[in-house]
Design a protein around this ligand. Structure first.
Ligand SMILES: [Mg+2]
Length: 298
């Protein structure tokens, strides 16, 4: 019987998201595929350092040890490496004892086409093109920033923080803010406070995570979810009403109204934070692993 991925939270992760391959990537870009291949072969037994998504992946895989005989999460390596250069990545996976066994090596080709083959629910990468293609195909995907200087993430409980507009929710309201300003945005959101927002690129992931949380007793849930949004009252009401309509509750919410997001994210101790705007990501990524969610192309 084929291995069933449909009942699991499937994370697709690129080798550069999981491990620090920045030096090697620069070598590839400056000196070409041959120099890169030779270097990776020569250093095959030298484990790679942890990358931006490593703490999240490690913590997610730990969930599989909590419920007897129930696998909740599957992590698939989705890499543009060749099987040959991918050896160093697999050796590093073994070095850190990560239970990752499935992989796709596309040999330099775009990876997006294979995400659906593995029923990926979340794709994390450093390739802007691969992430854009994944988002355009309707998947939750983010381009990762460099790992933070300090991480406050605890291994005990996975903490995931989402921006609201253009991440969990559609970018419609954000567009009003950008085009017509704060006052028009507030008035619009107040007038539509009982109308659910459309699903954004990460809505399905939030719903899947909420379902995963329900498998654990609330007081000992190993996953905690926060919304960290620049919205402030009265624009908070539409967020709460939309989540109610989706049948989802989040553990924490921060309506910051212009207060910087990084301090809250550090205090929350996020394993990962997703936002659509560089202005928030630049500061956030210094304190917590962060990923940029691009707008869906038409
Ligand atoms: Mg936003």
């Amino acid at each position: 019987m084929p291995f069933d991925l449909t009942d699991k939270l499937v994370i697709g992760i690129s080798s550069r998201a999981l491990f620090d391959l920045e030096f090697e990537n620069a070598l590839y870009e400056q000196e070409g595929v041959r120099a890169y291949t030779d270097y990776q072969r020569e250093h095959e037994d030298q484990p790679l350092a942890r990358g931006t998504a490593f703490p999240l992946v490690e913590a997610l895989l730990r969930l599989n040890t909590l419920l007897a005989e129930r696998q909740l999460v599957e992590v698939v390596l989705m890499s543009r490496n060749t099987p040959d250069t991918g050896m160093r990545v697999f050796n590093s996976i073994e070095h850190y004892a990560l239970p990752i066994t499935r992989a796709a090596f596309s040999g330099g080709q775009p990876i997006a086409a294979y995400l659906q083959s593995f029923k990926v629910d979340l794709f994390l990468s450093k390739s802007v093109d691969d992430v854009q293609a994944a988002v355009d195909a309707g998947l939750a995907a983010a381009t990762l920033y460099a790992p933070p200087d300090v991480s406050t993430a605890s291994p005990e409980q996975i903490r995931i923080a989402f921006d609201g507009d253009a991440v969990l929710f559609s970018p419609e309201s954000e567009r009003i803010f950008k085009e017509q300003g704060l006052e028009a945005f507030q008035a619009h959101e107040q007038a539509h406070r009982f109308d659910s927002m459309q699903e954004g690129p990460f809505a399905k992931l939030l719903i899947l995570l909420a379902r995963l949380q329900q498998q654990f007793p609330a007081e000992r849930c190993p996953v905690r979810i926060a919304i960290v949004t620049a919205r402030a009252s009265p624009a908070h009401a539409r967020v709460v009403n939309t989540l109610r309509a989706w049948g989802v509750s989040v553990d924490e919410a921060f309506f910051l109204g212009g207060v910087a997001k990084d301090a809250v994210l550090a205090a929350f101790g996020a394993h990962i934070f997703f936002d659509d705007q560089d202005v928030h990501l630049k500061t956030a990524s210094r304190v917590v692993p962060s990923g940029k969610v691009p707008y869906r192309g038409s």
